[in-house]
Design a protein around this ligand. Structure first.
Ligand SMILES: C[S@@+](CC[C@H](N)C(=O)[O-])C[C@H]1O[C@@H](n2cnc3c(N)ncnc32)[C@H](O)[C@@H]1O
Length: 213
């Protein structure tokens, strides 16, 4: 089994630059068992046999997914958002007026970071009377998290993590299942920047130039 785990750990490292240390191999094994179950493959050994022939499609997605940590929340690192407002939005408006800005949330997970940026810009425009035009691109390696990002639907628990209540009621609508959706009407009304989400991978610190918005 340890050869098999080494094989998959190397694959993940080559594809993502994420190192799986040997003391986490038990976790890798659990996750490979889960993938085998999801793909209807009888065992991790059989999964390995399949991998040595080809890793593609859903198999590849699931493998890359298990290595990533999708932890996120609204306005996750406050200092970063304050700095974007002061050092980018304010300075850009002072020097370049309404010249558009492109912002790239390069590992956007389920979209909270990109939405927080959009709210930050909308609030900045309202506060300062500016008409700054901002385009936001959210990319991630995981199709699963991007699907959620595109839907923009968040549970009560998710919106409670970092999203100030005034922004919740201003930009989101609650549905009958107690989930909150970033509402297109409210987004339009409040001139919140548009966000596009697409799948993309950056490799070991190297950014693919065609990823740039
Ligand atoms: C911890 S989350 C961070 C989310 C958000 N940036 C935040 O700070 O709240 C990291 C995200 O990076 C993505 N990721 C990891 N390696 C990646 C790669 N090489 N290319 C693109 N996305 C990657 C994962 O799928 C995951 O959703």
């Amino acid at each position: 089994m340890s050869e098999i785990l080494k094989y998959f750990a190397k694959y993940i490292e080559d594809e993502l630059g994420i190192h799986y240390s040997e003391h986490n191999y038990f976790q890798l094994q659990n996750r490979l068992e889960e993938i085998a179950r999801l793909l209807g493959v009888a065992s991790v050994e059989n999964l390995y046999k399949q991998a040595t022939v080809e890793i593609s499609g859903q198999f590849k997605q699931l493998l890359l997914d298990i290595a990533t940590n999708n932890e996120t929340s609204f306005f996750r690192d406050h200092k970063v958002f304050t700095s974007i407002e002061t050092n980018i939005l304010k300075q850009h408006t002072a020097t370049h007026g309404t010249r558009p800005i492109k912002i790239w949330s390069a590992a956007s997970s389920t979209g909270q970071e990109a939405l927080s940026l959009a709210i930050l810009v909308a609030e900045f425009n309202l506060k300062t009377g500016s008409h700054l035009d901002v385009h936001i691109l959210g990319t991630d390696i995981s199709e699963r998290v991007l699907t959620k990002a595109k839907h923009g639907i968040y549970t009560q628990l998710e919106v409670q993590r970092g999203l100030p209540v005034p922004y919740l009621v201003k930009y989101f609508k609650k549905d009958d299942r107690d989930n909150w959706t970033a509402s297109p009407d409210l987004i339009k009304k409040n001139r919140i920047p548009q966000i596009k989400f697409k799948i993309d991978v950056y490799l070991s610190g190297k950014i693919r130039s065609d990823s740039l918005p």
